[in-house]
Write a protein that binds this ligand. Structure first.
Ligand code: LLP
Length: 455
C-alpha cells in the first residue's frame, strides 16, 4: 500500500488516497476537506446546504450540479490577490458556458475570454458586457470579427499575420478601429498534458516570440488596427508557478522592446492555466500565484488581464450518476453507470484521473467488507468509455455517485454520441437549487434532421 498525504485546513494530515494491489482508494471525506463546495453531513454528501441525493431524486441523473458560492469565492480570490494592480479577470467561457454561471460572474464584475461567436452571444445573453470581453482563438472568420466589432469587444487576441490583416480589413469596411493584442508564444514548457500545453514552439498557438516584434511593427502600419496589449497563454492545469514566471519574463522583455520602438501598450494578458486539485495534486494557490507575479507586474504600469477557466469552476461542480448494473467478471469488476464518455470525456481523452465519491459514507471505507475494485464505465459501445478505473468502492445498483472536479470542461465537452441526450445542469446556492439547463429530450436530438426525399 502507498499513501498520499495532504495537510488538512486544521493542520493535521489525512491520507486522501491509498493505492492497494487491487485499486485506488480515495478517502471521500478527506478529499472533500479540500473542496469547499462539498461536505459530508451525517454521512450524506452535500453541495453547499443541499443533499446530493435530493438533487439526484428531483432532477434525475446524469446531472451536473454547481455551487454558486464556490464560483464566487474563486473569483474573489483572484480579485483580492491582484488588488494591488489594475486588473480584469476574463473568465474563459469554454470551461463552463452555462448561462447561469456566466450571469453570476457577469454580476460579480467579471470579464470573459471567448473563442467563438457562440460564446460571445452566450456572454451577452447572460448580461455580460462586451467591453470586458477578449476574443482568443486561432480561426476567427470574417463574420466572427464583424460581429465582435459591432458589439464593441475590448480586444482581439491575434494569433497570426493573416488574422491581423483580416481584422484590419473587416474594421475598415465597418469604418472602425479594432483593438488588438498579439498572442505571443513564449516557448516555455508548461509541464502539463501534451494536449493542453500551448506555449511551445511546435504548438499551433500564438506568434513566435522571435517574430512578435516584427508583427507588432507591421500591425502599427495598419490603419484600422489599434495596438492595445500583449497576450500569452501557455497551457492548462499547471500546478507550478515557474512556467508562468518564465512566460511573464519573456513578455516583459517584449514590452520593453516595443516601447523602444515607440509602441506603447495598455495591458498585458497572462491567459489562464492555473491548475486545480482533482485528487491529490497540490497546485499553487491563487495567493502564491499572485505573490510570484506581482513584484514584476507592479513595475510595469499596465493593466493586467487573466483568463482563468478551470480554476474558476472545476471544483464548483460535480457530475451525479447512478449505478445501473454491477458486472463482476473474472478479471475486472465493471460498474455501469448512467453517465458516460459523452457526458464527461476527460478520463477517456486525457487519461484524467477524477475522483468518484459516494453520496453516502455508510459503507465507504478501505476496509469495509463490501469494498472492491471497480471500473466505473458508461454504456457506450467503446472500450474508451470509462470514467474511472480500479477504484475501491462499495457499490450497489441504484447508488448515486458524484464525480468531483467536473465543473470545468465537463458539460461543455459533452456530446450526443450514441444518441444520448446531454445531462441536465443545476445551480445551488445555500439551500436553494434551480434547474439551469433542462435535460435534452431524445426527440430534440433529431429534430433538425430529415429523411432523404430528393428523388
Ligand atoms: N485562455 C486561452 C486562450 C485558452 O486556450 C484557455 C484554455 C484558457 C484561457 C483557460 O485555461 P484554464 O484556466 O482553463 O486552464 N479541455 C481541457 C482543457 C483545455 C484548455 C484549453 N484552453 C481539459 O479538460 O483539461
Amino acid at each position: 500500500m502507498s499513501n498520499s498525504e495532504a495537510t488538512t485546513d486544521m493542520g493535521s494530515t489525512t491520507a486522501i488516497t491509498t493505492q492497494t494491489e487491487t485499486g485506488l482508494y480515495i478517502d471521500a471525506k478527506a478529499l472533500t476537506a479540500h473542496l469547499p463546495a462539498l461536505s459530508y453531513r451525517d454521512e450524506a454528501l452535500h453541495i453547499e446546504d443541499v443533499s446530493i441525493k435530493a438533487v439526484a431524486e428531483q432532477y434525475q441523473t446524469p446531472c451536473y450540479v454547481y455551487s454558486k458560492q464556490a464560483i464566487l469565492e474563486v473569483y474573489k480570490a483572484y480579485s483580492d490577490s491582484f488588488a494591488s494592480v489594475e486588473h480584469q479577470i476574463c473568465y474563459a467561457v469554454k470551461a463552463n458556458s452555462n448561462l447561469a454561471v456566466l450571469g453570476i460572474l457577469a454580476q460579480a464584475g467579471a470579464g470573459f475570454d471567448i473563442v467563438s461567436r457562440g460564446e460571445l452571444m452566450r456572454v451577452l445573453a447572460a448580461g455580460g458586457q462586451a467591453n470586458r470581453v477578449v476574443y482568443s482563438g486561432v480561426g476567427k472568420t470574417y463574420e466572427d470579427i464583424e460581429f465582435a466589432l459591432n458589439q464593441g469587444i475590448s480586444c482581439f487576441n491575434v494569433e497570426s499575420i493573416s488574422e491581423l490583416s483580416l481584422i484590419n480589413k473587416v474594421a475598415a469596411q465597418l469604418d472602425k478601429s479594432a483593438p488588438i493584442s498579439l498572442r505571443v508564444n513564449p516557448d516555455v514548457d508548461a509541464k502539463t498534458h501534451p494536449y493542453i500545453s500551448t506555449g511551445l514552439k511546435d504548438n499551433k498557438f500564438g506568434i513566435a516570440h522571435e517574430q512578435a516584434l516584427a508583427v507588432y511593427e507591421q500591425a502599427a502600419t495598419m490603419p484600422n488596427i489599434e495596438i492595445i496589449g500583449i497576450d500569452c497563454h501557455i497551457g492548462s492545469q499547471l500546478t507550478e508557478v515557474a512556467p508562468f514566471v518564465a512566460a511573464l519574463d519573456k513578455i516583459i522583455e517584449l514590452v520593453h522592446a516595443l516601447a523602444d520602438k515607440g509602441i506603447t501598450l495598455q495591458h498585458i494578458d497572462l491567459g489562464g492555466g492555473l491548475g486545480v486539485r482533482y485528487i491529490d495534486e497540490s497546485p499553487v494557490s491563487i495567493d502564491e500565484f499572485a505573490a510570484a507575479l506581482l513584484p514584476k507586474l507592479t513595475q510595469l504600469d499596465l493593466k493586467v488581464f487573466f483568463e482563468p477557466g478551470r480554476s474558476m469552476v472545476a471544483n464548483a461542480g460535480v457530475l451525479l450518476t447512478r449505478v445501473d448494473v454491477l458486472k463482476p467478471t473474472e478479471h475486472k469488476n465493471f460498474a455501469i453507470v448512467d453517465a458516460a464518455m459523452n457526458d464527461l470525456i476527460r478520463p477517456a481523452l486525457y487519461q484524467a484521473e477524477m475522483a468518484v465519491i459516494p453520496s453516502t459514507l455508510s459503507s465507504h471505507g478501505i476496509e469495509t467488507k463490501d469494498s472492491q475494485a471497480w471500473d466505473i464505465v458508461g454504456a457506450i459501445c467503446e472500450t474508451g468509455d470509462f470514467l474511472a478505473k480500479d477504484r475501491l468502492l462499495a457499490l450497489r445498483a441504484g447508488d448515486i455517485l458524484a464525480i468531483t472536479g467536473a465543473g470545468a470542461y465537463g458539460f461543455t465537452m459533452s456530446s450526443n454520441y450514441n444518441s444520448r441526450p446531454r445531462a441536465s445542469e443545476v445551480m445551488v446556492s445555500g439551500e436553494s437549487h434551480q434547474l439551469v439547463r433542462k435535460r435534452e429530450t431524445i426527440a430534440e436530438l433529431y429534430a433538425n434532421e430529415s429523411l432523404w426525399q430528393a428523388e
